[in-house]
Design a protein around this ligand. Structure first.
Ligand code: C2E
Ligand code: CA
Ligand code: CA
Ligand code: CA
Length: 279
């Protein structure tokens, strides 16, 4: 009887078995990572193209694994979503970055903002996320509009009333909403009419060849014009070169984020950038 569990693996090739084992180990490790304090939030500055100021930062999670070192989100977010662990992880990212924001607010005189990524699983999972976040912001005396949630178009494909209600709820308490990876989802644009959205983030796949591919330039310009007519601000992602920055600025893009300015960096490093800029 003891071997019954193992027999199921007879249908797997050794490679598949290895993959299944890795997966199980990763799930086990992910479960302890939160309580073992192994996650880190890195911050990537977002620049106002008109002034050059850092006006906000995107919170991007990293996993400081005891043996494997710094693990990127691509390697564990999908598994965290499948297992539902993303809900607790997402709440942790929010609280951690809110604490940081509170601290930074006392350092620089300008208002500073944070953007957090929100997985559809997190969005659907609980009715309490929004209220809990609101309460936490009140405790810290942080204005809700200093937070933006980044969601992808996929979430809005769902004409599910629950999605609409939750988006309205976030918007009602004052948290801002950004559409991440804009233009890469297979959705219609009609959601832009139905939902209160504050920012579109032009996906890096459009920005990459901006200087050499007229189609990418045309698409980026069209997104910016449309967004502005709808009263939305535009953030360009993955800006790596001066040439891309120039073209985006000329097209009227509001904000930019990318290696040209900074990679995602630990809190202390962002703090140095902010205090240097405040002098
Ligand atoms: P994303 O939200 O589209 O984040 C942007 C990704 O592009 C980040 O990768 C960032 O490091 C990278 N990036 C920024 N500037 C440049 C650039 O100039 N060139 C290039 N080539 N890449 C650039 P990262 O940090 O590995 O995150 C990957 C994805 O993982 C994110 O994509 C997001 O979907 C997800 N993610 C990260 N943190 C969280 C989190 O706390 N919660 C959830 N649900 N998802 C997260
Ligand atoms: Ca994002
Ligand atoms: Ca993105
Ligand atoms: Ca992207």
């Amino acid at each position: 009887a003891k071997n019954n569990g193992r027999n199921r693996f007879e249908f797997f090739t050794p490679a598949m078995q290895q993959m299944a084992q890795n997966r199980m180990r990763m799930i086990k490790e992910l479960r302890v990572a939160l309580s073992a304090n192994q996650f880190r939030v890195f911050y990537q500055p977002i620049i106002d193209l008109n002034t050059g100021d850092i006006i906000k930062a995107e919170a991007l999670i990293r996993w400081q694994h005891p043996e494997r070192g710094l693990v990127t989100p691509a390697e564990f977010i999908p598994l965290a979503e499948e297992t539902g662990l993303i809900v607790d992880i997402g709440n942790w990212v929010f609280r951690e970055s809110a604490r940081q924001l509170k601290h930074w607010g006392s350092l620089c005189d300008r208002e500073f903002q944070i953007s957090v990524n929100m997985s559809p699983i997190q969005f659907h999972s609980s009715d309490f996320v929004c209220k809990a976040w609101h309460t936490y912001l009140q405790e810290l005396e942080l204005p809700p509009h200093s937070f933006t949630i980044e969601i992808t178009e996929g979430l809005l494909l769902d004409i599910d009333a629950a999605v609409t209600d939750k988006l309205v709820e976030f918007h009602d308490i004052g948290i801002q909403v950004a559409i991440d990876d804009f233009g890469t989802g297979y959705s219609s644009l009609s959601y832009l009419k139905r939902f209160d959205i504050d920012y579109l983030k032009i996906d890096q796949s459009f920005v990459r060849d901006l200087a050499t591919d007229p189609d990418d330039m045309a698409l980026s310009e069209a997104i910016i014009v449309m967004a502005h007519k709808l009263g939305l601000k535009v953030i360009a992602e993955g800006v790596e070169t001066e040439a891309q920055q120039k073209l985006l600025f000329a097209a009227g893009c509001d904000y930019a984020q990318g290696y040209l300015y900074s990679r995602p960096i630990p809190a202390e490093a962002l703090e140095q950038l902010l205090t240097a800029a405040a002098k």
